[in-house]
Design a protein around this ligand. Structure first.
Ligand code: SF4
Length: 252
């Protein structure tokens, strides 16, 4: 059930009080560097992206300079990043398009951003939010999980969650909502073990499995429990074992 509007406001107020100026964890010093870092961060950790860009950016941090390195030239720098072969190609394609169509600048327009290789809706939303000050709320795996668990913005797809967040998040919290929700999902409301007993929004959250006992109950059906043997079933465990026993008795 979606969170009541008053509880929603209280929830964002608490996240804001705990972290008044939230920042992401990717390292960058220009809109172009941020675009590259966010593009590289798909399906990998910010830590591995930072490890790569700390080596790449001092050498090349403009579309023209990275384009000059070429696909094979950037690959050695991106090895810490998942899917680095595809991302190397996307990075060069992205730089080429920026040089050819945008004067080497990061465009301020969603359609133009999403037309760049390796840039999807989530990356475009982050750029529009951080670089151009739009109230776009990018939904990644952490925000998707958190929005559904808390009841803030239930939805079956990231786009559905994004639309629900856009429609229901109070205006004054929209600009920073992405970072608050991302950091809370990444470090508190984690996929495997949400820290409900110490969570600062626990009383406002609709997740029904907040206690350890509830969490255990929720997890139990997914665990692979041994099948209960039917009364009178043979005790030999596998076909191979039964075969070996048969051969032994035939030989004896
Ligand atoms: S109470 Fe638990 S489920 Fe709800 S936001 Fe906090 S950690 Fe996540």
């Amino acid at each position: 059930m979606p969170v009541h509007p008053a509880a929603r406001r209280a929830l964002f107020r608490r996240l804001q009080a705990a972290n008044p100026q939230p920042r992401g964890e990717l390292e960058y010093s220009s809109p172009f560097e941020l675009l590259v870092a966010v593009m590289l961060s798909a399906h990998t950790t910010d830590k591995s992206v930072n490890a790569a860009t700390r080596k790449l950016f001092p050498l090349a941090n403009t579309p023209q300079a990275i384009l000059a390195l070429g696909v094979e030239g950037v690959k050695p720098y991106l090895k810490s990043v998942g899917l680095y072969n595809v991302k190397s190609q996307n990075l060069i394609g992205l730089c080429r398009q920026l040089v050819q169509h945008h004067g080497g600048k990061v465009p301020a327009d969603r359609a133009a951003l999403e037309a760049l290789p390796g840039v999807g809706r989530k990356t475009a939303s982050i750029i529009l939010n951080i670089v151009f000050g739009e109230n776009a709320i990018a939904v990644d795996t952490h925000i998707f999980r958190l929005a559904n668990r808390t009841g803030l913005a239930p939805g079956k797809t990231p786009l559905a969650v994004e639309r629900a967040l856009a429609a229901t998040t109070p205006e004054e919290f929209k600009r920073d909502a992405h970072h608050w929700l991302l950091l809370h999902g990444r470090y508190v409301c984690t996929a495997r073990a949400p820290a409900c007993p110490t969570c600062l929004i626990a009383d406002l959250c609709e997740y029904p499995y907040k206690s350890q006992a509830d969490a255990d109950r929720e997890r139990r059906p997914r665990e692979r429990l041994p099948k209960r043997r039917k009364p009178g079933a043979r005790t030999g465990s596998s076909r191979a074992q039964r075969g070996r026993a048969k051969s032994r008795s035939a030989a004896g």
